[in-house]
Design a protein around this ligand. Sequence first.
Ligand code: ATP
Ligand code: MG
Length: 330
Amino acid sequence: MKSIIKTESLTKVYNGKVLAVNHVNLEVEEGEIFGFLGPNGAGKTTTIKMLATLLKPTDGEALVAGFDVLKESNEVRKRIGIVFQDPALDSELTGRENLDFHARLYGLARSQRKKRISEVLELVDLVDKADTLVKNYSGGMRRRLEIARGLMHYPKVLFLDEPTLGLDPQTRRAIWDYIRKLNVEEEVTIFLTTHYMEEADYLCERVAIIDHGEILVTDKPSKLKRSIGRDLISICCLNSPRFLSALKEAEWIESLKIHNETITLGVRESEGKLPLLIGLALKNNVKIKSIDIRKPTLEDVFLYYTGRRIREEEVKGIDQFKVSRRFRRR
Ligand SMILES: Nc1ncnc2c1ncn2[C@@H]1O[C@H](COP(=O)(O)OP(=O)(O)OP(=O)(O)O)[C@@H](O)[C@H]1O
Ligand SMILES: [Mg+2]
């Protein structure tokens, strides 16, 4: 497969002091839906802005659709569409007028504009609302119109910065389906940022987890989940150093993570492990409040690599360590 985005050591320092993106190396393949997953302030928007030539990197290089974002920014711009994190539509215009305005900016001829507007409206199911003023659109309809606008000039890469932020779960699902559809029907590569784990899991062929401007890991969601154990067992109990030592010694535990009162164990196969676990707890006088067995989610992967949950602003007194026997962090 050919790469359509490639960065080398891409770095952004704001005002000489805020290191927002720290030597990021990325490679996105043509045709894939690639997710950039990270909490608030991780550096997602800054990265997208550099790739979309809206912000100059402080250091490093990036190629988008074969062109250098610094030296060939006009060539890059012709080949990309972008949907910003903050809404950027003219609400006093209709949907069609918004699209037409954008198409003119890109120099599409009149006949071409008409055809393309119909196509993109069809793609996001807004044909019926085309002549309604945008101020009367719902949040989901606005998002769909923005996506349609990003597609007007037949981009090879579409950047979507938090495409479903603030939308209700049902509308988010619908947007996911539109994103998938346009990826297939328009053959457009999608680079999206999100801090919704389930969004990245559902949509993306590969994800990169970014935190504090650094990429922690990049892979397929299924592989990332497998890398922390086939099954996870979370035990809620009061911490006991002896119990923890016993768990660390246990051969059948592949990873171990402590987060507040919860100990999460990665195991190859959870079946038959509960009696072993309860045996260890009894032996060490540990009172178990609850036990939960589940398949790993991307939220677990994030917790594993960063030591905190994605929605936590700040975790104080976090006590954590890892046991990695068969599975090692890359
Ligand atoms: N124009 C700016 N000037 C100075 N610092 C900035 C600027 N824009 C962003 N930052 C800082 O850079 C870091 C990364 O910000 P960025 O907007 O890229 O994060 P993000 O991952 O998109 O976050 P969010 O999920 O909130 O959108 C943050 O610390 C932010 O405060
Ligand atoms: Mg952002």
